[in-house]
Design a protein around this ligand. Structure first.
Ligand code: ACO
Length: 430
C-alpha cells in the first residue's frame, strides 16, 4: 500500500506520495505540487530538500555513520586504499583483483599532462591560489579532449574519468611547484597513487627523494576519507552543472570552485590559523573557549560541529589516531596538536558543546597531519579536491544515468517590484 502525506492549502486537499530509502529515510515527493496545487516549497540552503535518489553514500549523522556503497568508512580506512574506494564508489561494488589491477593501470597510464597544458601555468601569477589554477586547468582539459564531450557515450566518459583521476594530482602538484618557482616533476608510474603525488610535490630534479611509506599511506587515507559525502555543496554543483549535459571536465571544474569556499573545503585551513592564534596568545585554549561561548564575539571553534553529524564525525576519529602516529613517527613535537587535544577535551566536557551536539569534524585534525607531511596551507583544499574526485564522478554518473534527471532549475518566490512603467530619463526625479 502506497503511503501519502496530505496537504491542505487554500481550501484544496492534495495527496503527496511518500518515498522511503533503504535505510528508512522518509521523503515527501512534491515534484507535482506546483502542477497540481499551484504552490512551491521554500527551503533556502536545501537543508530539507532531497534532490535525487542516490545509492552511493549513506550518512547517519545521529549515530556517526558513514558508508560508501554500504561499507563502513572504518573498514575501508583499515583495509582498503584510495583507488579501490574510488572504484567502489564509481562501479558500486568492490573490484576483483583483475578489475583493480586494470583500473590502476589505466590511471597510471594517464598521469602525465599534455605538454601544452603546462604552458597555462606560465600565464598564472606566482601567487595565484592553487585552487584557482586547478579549477581553471581542469576546465581547460575539455579543450584537449574533444572526444570526451558526448556525455551519453559511456566508454568515452569512462576514459574521461580515468584522465581526471590520473591528471588532477599532476595538475595540483604543478600548481604548487609554480607557486614556489621549482620545475614540474614528471609522475613516476611505478609509485602508487599517493606516493606519486608526494613525489611530484616534494621531489626536485637536483636531489634524490624517497617517499616515506608512512606518509604515502597517510596521504592515501586522507584521500579515501574525503572520497564522497553524498549531496554536499560541491557534489551538488557537479550534478547541477552536469544536468545541463555540459561536459564532465566543466562540471568537475565547477565542483573545484565550489569546494574552494571557506565554508566547505577551506575549514581545515581555518583550524590551523585558529590553533596558531591560540598558541601565539599564550593561551592553553581555555580563554579561547570562553570567547567561543560568548555569542557576542561571533568566534567559533573551527573544526567543531557539522550540519549532518550530531554525534561524532567518524572521519575525525580515524584522523586523530593517524595524526598521533605520524607525529610520533616523525618525532615532531607540534604544539598545535597539544592545543587541539586540550581544546577537544575541554570542549567535550562543556555544557555549551554537549547541549548543541558539537563534536570534532574531519577538519579538526586533518590540517595538523597535512602540515606534518609538509603540505603548505594553501594546498589543503587542493588535496581535498583530489580526494573528492571519485565522489563527484560517481554522483555525476548516477545523475546522467538516472531516468528521473531533469535540468536542475529551482523556482523562487519573487519579492521585487510589481509591474511599473518605464520612465524616460528626462522625466525621472533628479
Ligand atoms: N563553535 C561554537 N558554536 C558553534 C559551532 C562552533 N564550531 N558550531 C555550531 N555552533 C553553535 C551555533 O552558534 C548554534 O548555537 P545556538 O543554537 O545557541 O544559536 C548551534 O551551535 C547550532 O549551529 P548552526 O550554525 O545552526 O549549525 P549548522 O549545522 O548550520 O552549522 C557548521 C554547521 C557550519 C559546520 C558549524 O558547526 C560551524 O560553523 N563549524 C565550524 C566550521 C567548521 O569546522 N566547518 C567544517 C565542517 S566539515 C566540512 O565541511 C568538511
Amino acid at each position: 500500500m502506497s503511503e501519502t502525506a496530505v496537504l491542505h492549502i487554500d481550501g484544496g486537499t492534495f495527496e503527496l506520495p511518500i518515498l522511503r530509502g533503504s535505510e528508512n529515510e522518509v521523503a515527501v515527493d512534491i515534484s507535482k505540487l506546483r502542477q497540481e496545487a499551484g504552490v512551491i516549497t521554500m527551503d533556502p540552503g536545501y537543508g530539507n530538500t532531497g534532490s535525487c535518489r542516490s545509492a552511493i553514500t549513506f550518512i547517519d549523522g545521529e549515530r556517526g555513520v558513514l558508508r560508501y556503497r554500504g561499507i563502513p568508512i572504518e573498514q575501508l580506512a583499515e583495509r582498503s586504499n584510495f583507488l579501490e574506494a574510488a572504484w567502489l564508489l564509481m562501479y558500486s561494488r568492490l573490484p576483483t583483483r583483475e578489475e583493480l589491477d586494470e583500473f590502476t593501470t589505466h590511471i597510471t597510464y594517464h598521469t602525465m599532462v599534455h605538454e601544452d597544458v603546462k604552458r597555462f601555468f606560465a600565464g598564472f601569477p606566482k601567487d595565484a591560489h592553487p585552487m584557482a589554477i586547478t579549477g581553471a586547468v581542469v576546465g581547460a582539459l575539455a579543450t584537449f579532449y574533444p572526444d570526451s564531450m558526448e556525455v551519453s557515450n559511456d566508454r568515452e566518459m569512462e576514459i574521461a574519468t580515468h584522465r581526471l583521476i590520473a591528471k588532477v594530482p599532476t595538475i595540483a602538484a604543478c600548481s604548487y611547484k609554480h607557486s614556489i618557482g621549482q620545475p614540474f616533476m614528471h609522475p613516476i608510474n611505478r609509485l602508487d597513487y599517493a606516493a606519486n603525488f608526494l613525489h611530484m610535490m616534494f621531489a626536485t630534479p637536483a636531489e634524490d627523494y624517497e617517499v616515506d611509506p608512512l606518509l604515502a599511506r597517510t596521504m592515501d587515507l586522507i584521500l579515501l576519507l574525503h572520497a564522497d559525502h553524498e549531496q554536499n555543496c560541491s557534489a551538488s554543483t557537479v550534478r547541477m552543472v552536469g544536468s545541463s549535459r555540459a561536459n564532465l571536465f566543466s562540471a568537475v571544474s565547477a565542483g573545484v570552485h565550489a569546494l574552494w569556499g571557506p565554508l566547505h573545503g577551506g575549514a581545515n585551513q581555518a583550524v590551523i590559523e585558529m590553533l596558531g592564534q591560540i598558541r601565539d596568545s599564550g593561551d592553553d585554549g581555555k580563554a579561547f573557549l570562553q570567547k567561543v561561548k560568548d555569542k557576542q564575539t561571533g568566534v567559533r571553534l573551527m573544526g567543531f560541529g557539522h550540519r549532518v553529524y550530531k554525534n561524532f564525525d567518524p572521519r575525525a576519529t580515524i584522523l586523530k589516531k593517524a595524526c598521533f602516529e605520524v607525529l610520533e613517527r616523525l618525532k615532531l613535537d607540534n604544539p598545535l596538536l597539544d592545543i587541539a587535544v586540550q581544546l577537544e577535551e575541554v570542549a567535550l566536557a562543556d555544557e555549551y558543546f554537549i547541549e548543541r551536539k558539537l563534536y570534532p569534524n574531519v577538519d579538526f585534525y586533518s590540517g595538523i597531519i597535512l602540515q606534518a607531511i609538509g603540505v603548505p596551507v594553501p594546498m589543503f583544499p587542493t588535496l581535498f579536491t583530489i580526494g573528492r574526485l571519485p565522489g563527484w564522478i560517481a554522483q555525476w554518473s548516477e545523475m546522467i544515468h538516472d531516468p528521473d534527471t531533469k535540468i536542475a532549475r529551482p523556482r523562487q518566490v519573487y519579492v521585487g517590484e510589481t509591474e511599473r512603467r518605464y520612465v524616460p530619463i528626462e522625466e525621472r526625479p533628479g
